[in-house]
Design a protein around this ligand. Structure first.
Ligand code: AMP
Length: 361
């Protein structure tokens, strides 16, 4: 690895060609950098905006090695990249974020152990590998609780709610009897997230804390500023910084947290994402340097961009048919429209987002 920043004209290899890869590619091009996208299907939204595209399986080590050999640095737009894929890429190019960030974020048990091992609060949890385990765990993490698969869960997938001990069997069946954790339901007042960015030289910066509302396990809106006291905002950022440093992370890292109410509000980390994140899309339109640009800057060894917020913002995801309203949205004042170029508006599919901007309060 070199400490020299990658100059304009260099090529970033991105594993994954969804909307995050697409927005990374657009941000890279604004800085005079090129992207080469690797995706396992030919219909990737990011292919529309990249200098080069490769279709291949993520498990195809030879193809991944060839791909990495053609670029100057490799990054990922999703966290479930197989470890062997990252290793293959790392054999031919620098890979940022580091493998450790993926190892931790890919497995809910490893993630919870890692975060709580840093002295940071998380929801009560126990590992579950069998129905007997689950029944035992329910006695120690009393319902209401959530059974979550350790791996490959996102947007509320791979999860079952448990209200009583009687529901153990159906919950265990519904997650396909996969290794899991049982997690206590947190009576949160609001969900927030912190987007941190860490440079190759260890410089850390944080975007303002954002408040998220999920519907059916999928992010619906992100609002900034979040209605949290200043001291709590600083604490949330400190937590994200501690995690980023412990991972040796490079790039954007999103830490999702629950804020519980009362006179003494507290925070518990829900999960981390070692990548640009949906709850950071508002930064594109409300900050001088958005999360995509800062991820690019970080992995390329550039100075990080200005994360300060110049406007208040509400980001709303356009899920499924909601994107059909693009004409009306495009006519709305103070509204930035982002459409991902996906052909088919399936239910639950993220088709785009809008960010409504107002004067900073
Ligand atoms: P996850 O896939 O873990 O991010 O979960 C998706 C959403 O389910 C979260 O954003 C929360 O709205 C909800 N959720 C997950 N875990 C918990 C929990 N322990 N307590 C309360 N709500 C939760």
């Amino acid at each position: 690895m070199t400490d020299q920043p990658l100059p304009p004209g260099s090529t970033i290899g991105i594993l994954g060609g969804g909307q995050l890869g697409r927005m990374l590619s657009v941000a890279a091009s604004r800085l005079g950098l090129k992207t080469h996208i690797y995706n396992d299907t030919p219909d990737a939204p990011a292919f529309d905006v990249a200098a080069a595209c490769t279709v291949g399986a993520y498990e195809d080590r030879e193809a991944i090695t060839r791909f990495a050999g053609q670029v100057d640095v490799v990054t990922c737009e999703f966290e479930n990249v197989p470890a062997a894929t990252l290793e293959a890429a790392a054999g031919a190019a620098d890979v940022f974020p580091p493998v450790k960030s993926f190892e931790v974020a890919q497995d809910r048990l490893t993630e919870k152990d890692f975060v709580s091992g840093l002295g940071i609060a998380v929801a009560p949890y126990l590992a579950v590998t069998s129905l007997a385990d689950l029944k035992e765990a329910i006695l120690r993490v009393p319902p209401p609780a959530l059974l979550k698969t350790r791996r490959f869960g996102y947007d509320g997938k791979g999860q079952a709610t448990i209200g009583t001990l009687c529901e153990a069997e159906s919950a265990w069946e519904s997650i396909g009897q996969a290794p899991a954790i049982l997690e206590g339901m947190v009576p949160f007042e609001r969900e927030i997230s912190v987007l941190a960015v860490r440079g190759r030289d260890g410089t850390l910066r944080f975007y303002d804390v954002v408040e998220n509302v999920h519907t059916g396990g999928i992010l619906d809106t992100s609002t900034v500023p979040a209605a949290v006291p200043r001291a709590l905002e600083a604490k949330a950022q400190r937590i994200a910084g501690t995690i980023a440093e412990a991972l040796g992370h490079v790039g954007v890292l999103c830490v999702e947290m629950f804020q519980s109410g009362g006179d003494e509000p507290s925070l518990a980390v829900n999960e981390i994402a070692p990548r640009v994140h949906n709850s950071g899309h508002w930064t594109l339109d409300a900050c001088l340097a958005g999360q995509f640009e800062n991820h690019v800057r970080a992995i390329c060894g550039w100075p990080l961009g200005d994360v300060s917020r110049h406007s208040d913002a509400v980001m709303t995801n356009l899920i499924g048919d909601a994107a059909n309203g693009w004409r009306k949205l495009a006519a709305e004042p103070h509204t930035a429209v982002h459409l991902y170029g996906k052909a088919e508006a399936r239910a639950g599919r993220k088709m785009g987002h809008i960010t409504r901007i107002s004067a900073k309060t």
